[in-house]
Ligand binder design. Structure first.
Ligand SMILES: *[C@@H]1O[C@H](CO)[C@@H](O)[C@H](O)[C@H]1NC(C)=O
Ligand SMILES: *[C@@H]1O[C@H](CO)[C@@H](O)[C@H](O)[C@H]1NC(C)=O
Length: 347
């Protein structure tokens, strides 16, 4: 008998979440429910339009409608009588912004079945698992580090320009069985890989992956955001590379090493090389801030707490030397977040 399909709830249907939902469906081993928020109306009517380098052009796509799988605009409340609706995995693809409510924990809480649901965080930053360990002590929490370039370019329209590469591994919760945490992560790799079009790898060293990604996300990301210049423009300018970008990367390297993650020395050079001048890459923080800073309309909140704040705090806790550049970037992004909060009337 075929094993029953895994029940997966995908939370966040921007670029990464929609491609993840599509990919999980294609493998045929999963029933996907997606939680939509800002694009709910349009997707409910028209489905998604997806233009993807891996999946081609797809019109009117929706997560499977069979049975109870629906496009949901709120997280479904699980009741005891609805045992068969328990989610095996909740995949969180929203931004992780702990300083703004509702937090990831608040959003998913109604759908988490204690001791059963594994929570996969396809999100950036450090120490993001801690709040989940605390709130859901009997649930396995899994790290997803994604290197995909997928964006919602208009409501319900998703563009994926770069192949999906997803690294999965358990965040080690010392109170749960190592074996079960490993198996939950490996099963997710299997169902995600079943579609055969993307690369999803089991990478248990989640710290190494997360710190490596911060080389880019803690340096270029805030500096581009503050300056309003993309990675190509900053390299053309030259000076900012020597005074800000490279020093910030070196600070990340130092703190990572002090925290026990041996990133290779050439990662600084490789991180720069992988963002060629002519590609003019606009990092996500720059996209989020662009509107508010330059056009005086309301922008989005940014993920500076997990991306910068946690490194600065790690360094303050005695890991690595002082981080003068990262500290200033953190303080300035904190000011910018306050400005967004003020504009949105969230003070
Ligand atoms: C593990 O359990 C202990 C005792 O209940 C608790 O104090 C601790 O915070 C837990 N650790 C994690 C990482 O959740
Ligand atoms: C993180 O880095 C990736 C490249 O590795 C980039 O595409 C993305 O915009 C960054 N995101 C954030 C939130 O910093």
């Amino acid at each position: 008998m075929a094993s029953p399909k895994a029940k997966v709830l995908v939370v966040g249907s921007g670029g990464i979440g929609t491609i993840a939902a599509l990919n999980l469906e294609l493998g045929g081993q999963v029933e996907v429910s997606s939680v939509l928020r800002s694009n709910y109306e349009i997707v409910n009517t028209n489905g998604f339009t997806i233009r993807s380098c891996e999946h081609g052009e797809i019109q009117n796509w929706r997560p499977s409608k069979a049975g109870w799988s629906l496009v949901l605009n709120t997280v479904p409340i699980m009741s005891d009588s609805a045992i068969d609706r328990q989610f095996d995995y909740i995949v969180c693809c929203t931004k992780n912004i702990p300083d703004v409510n509702p937090t990831v924990c608040d959003i998913i809480a109604p759908a988490v079945t204690p001791s059963h649901t594994s929570i996969v965080l396809i999100q950036n930053g450090l120490n993001i698992e801690k709040a989940l360990f605390h709130r859901f002590p009997s649930n396995i929490v899994i790290s997803g580090v994604s290197r995909i370039d997928a964006h919602e370019i208009a409501p319900g329209i998703i563009e994926q320009k770069q192949n999906d590469l997803l690294h999965i591994g358990p965040f080690q919760n010392p109170n749960l069985s190592d074996e079960e945490q490993r198996l939950a992560a490996q099963r997710f790799v299997a169902i995600y890989s079943a579609g055969g079009r993307t690369t999803c790898l089991y990478k248990p060293d989640t710290g190494f992956d997360r710190w490596s990604k911060l080389m880019y996300n803690a340096s270029w990301n805030p500096i581009c955001a503050i300056a309003g210049l993309d990675t190509g423009e900053l390299q053309k300018m030259g000076r900012a590379m020597d005074t800000l970008v490279i020093p910030a990367m070196k600070e990340v390297l130092e703190v990572a090493r002090a925290a026990g993650h041996q990133l290779p020395e050439d990662i600084v050079y490789k991180t720069i090389q992988s963002n060629p001048v002519e590609e003019n890459i606009v990092p996500s923080m720059q996209i989020d801030l662009k509107k508010v800073v330059y056009q005086c309309i309301i922008g989005n909140f940014i993920e500076h707490e997990n991306i910068l704040g946690e490194i600065v705090r790690e360094a303050r806790n005695g890991r690595g030397d002082a981080t003068p550049v990262l500290t200033v970037l953190y303080e300035i992004t904190t000011v910018l977040q306050w400005r967004t909060r003020k504009k949105k009337g969230h003070l």
